[in-house]
Design a protein around this ligand. Structure first.
Ligand SMILES: NC(=O)c1ccc[n+]([C@@H]2O[C@H](COP(=O)([O-])OP(=O)(O)OC[C@H]3O[C@@H](n4cnc5c(N)ncnc54)[C@H](OP(=O)(O)O)[C@@H]3O)[C@@H](O)[C@H]2O)c1
Length: 311
C-alpha cells in the first residue's frame, strides 16, 4: 500500500518516519516546509489541487494526517486559520480518500473535551465540549471526516512529547537545568503520550487495515473504523510530569513546585481533567499500552543516546 503522512516534520510525523523503516508499505512524507536533512515532499493540505495531484501521482490508499494548527494559544487570535487547517483540510482529505476507497487516519485531541465538568476518564462516545478555538476546530475536523463517509480512524491523543520539535519535556529539561526553582501547575490532570508509542500504534493499525483490505470480499466497510483514544497509561498533573522529568534527568539543584493555573495567565482556558479512557483501542487492536513513566524513561534514554536535547 502507498501511505501519505502529512505534517511529517512535526513530533508525530518524525516518529512515524522512524517506525516506517520496519514496514513493507511505501510511505510518502509530506509537510508544508522542508526540515533538513529530512526528505520531504512539499504539500500544503489546505491546497486542494496540490493535494489531489500528490494523491493521484503517488496512488495513495491511506492518509495519516499529522498536520495541524497546534498552537493552542495562537488559535484564539487566528480562528480562521485554525479552522482551515484543523477542520476544513481534514474534511477534504477524507473526501479524497472516500473517492479512492481508501482510509484516513486522523490525529485529534483531548481538548475536544473539558467544557463540561468530568472526573472520570472520557469515553469515545461522550459528546465533545471544547473550551477554546483549538479544541473546537479539532472537533469540527472530526465531524467533517465522519460526515464524508470515508473509512476513518480518528485517534484522540493528549500531552504529546518526543525528542523532536517544541514540547513540555524539552522545555522542562531546559528550565530545570538552568533554574533554582520552577513552578508548574498541579490543577490540570491528564496523561503524557510519547509520540513514538502513538506512531507504533498508528503503524500497527495500518498493518491491520492492509490485511483486511486484501481479504475484504466479505465485508464492504472496514469493521474497525471509528474514533479511538490513545495516550500513555496512568494519569498525572503537569507538576507530577515536570517532577518526574527533573528527577530522571538528575536535575537535583532545581526545586519543582506546584502552583495554580491562574498563576500563568493564558488567552485560553485548558481542561482541568482530560484523561482519556483507552479500553476501546486496547480491546479492538489487542494493544498493551506502556505506563507514562516507563515511556518517559525510554524517550529520555533515546535523547541521551542520540544527544538530542538541544535539537
Ligand atoms: N502536541 C500535543 O500535545 C497534541 C496533543 C493532542 C493532539 N495533538 C494532535 O496531534 C497531531 C500531531 O501533533 P504534533 O505535536 O506532532 O504537531 P506538530 O509538531 O505541530 O506538527 C504539525 C506539522 O504540520 C505542519 N503543517 C502546518 N500547516 C500545514 C499545512 N497547511 N499543510 C501541511 N502541513 C502543515 C507543521 O509545520 P509548521 O511547524 O511549519 O507549522 C508541522 O510540521 C496534531 O493534529 C495535533 O492537533 C497534539
Amino acid at each position: 500500500m502507498n501511505i501519505l503522512v502529512t505534517g511529517a516534520n512535526g513530533q508525530l510525523g518524525r516518529e512515524l518516519r522512524i517506525v516506517a523503516h520496519e514496514s513493507s508499505h511505501h510511505y510518502v512524507f509530506a509537510d508544508i516546509v522542508e526540515a533538513e536533512p529530512l526528505s520531504t515532499l512539499l504539500l500544503d493540505i489546505t491546497d486542494e489541487a496540490a493535494l489531489r495531484h500528490v494523491v493521484d501521482e503517488e496512488d495513495i490508499q491511506v492518509i495519516i494526517n499529522c498536520a495541524g494548527f497546534t498552537n493552542v494559544d495562537l488559535a484564539e487570535s487566528q480562528p480562521a486559520q485554525a479552522e482551515s487547517l484543523n477542520a476544513h483540510a481534514p474534511g477534504l482529505l477524507a473526501r479524497i480518500m472516500k473517492e479512492r476507497d481508501g482510509l484516513i487516519i486522523h490525529i485529534s485531541t483531548d481538548y475536544v473535551f473539558g467544557g463540561a465538568a468530568c472526573n472520570t476518564p472520557y469515553r469515545e462516545e461522550q459528546e465533545g465540549a471544547p473550551l477554546g478555538v483549538y479544541g473546537a476546530s479539532k472537533l469540527h475536523g472530526e465531524q467533517a471526516i465522519l460526515a464524508s463517509g470515508a473509512e476513518c480512524i480518528i485517534l484522540r491523543t493528549a500531552w504529546l512529547y518526543s525528542p523532536f520539535g517544541r514540547n513540555f519535556l524539552k522545555t522542562m529539561l531546559q528550565l530545570t537545568a538552568t533554574r533554582d526553582r520552577v513552578n508548574v501547575v498541579f490543577d490540570q490532570v491528564g496523561t503524557p503520550t510519547y509520540a513514538l508509542d502513538l506512531a507504533q500504534t498508528t503503524a500497527s493499525i495500518v498493518e491491520n487495515y492492509s490485511k483486511w483490505r486484501l481479504a475484504r470480499q466479505q465485508a464492504e466497510r472496514y469493521p474497525k473504523a471509528g474514533i479511538y483514544h490513545y495516550t500513555g497509561e496512568g494519569l498525572c498533573s503537569w507538576y507530577d510530569f515536570a517532577h518526574e522529568i527533573a528527577s530522571l534527568a538528575n536535575h537535583t539543584a532545581c526545586e519543582v513546585l506546584p502552583c495554580h493555573s491562574d498563576e500563568f495567565p493564558s488567552p485560553v482556558r485548558r481542561p482541568a481533567y482530560s484523561v482519556l479512557d483507552k479500553t476501546k483501542i486496547k480491546e479492538t487492536f489487542g494493544l498493551r499500552i506502556p505506563h507514562w513513566t516507563d515511556s518517559l524513561r525510554r524517550c529520555m534514554a533515546q535523547m541521551e543516546a542520540k544527544n538530542l536535547k538541544a535539537e
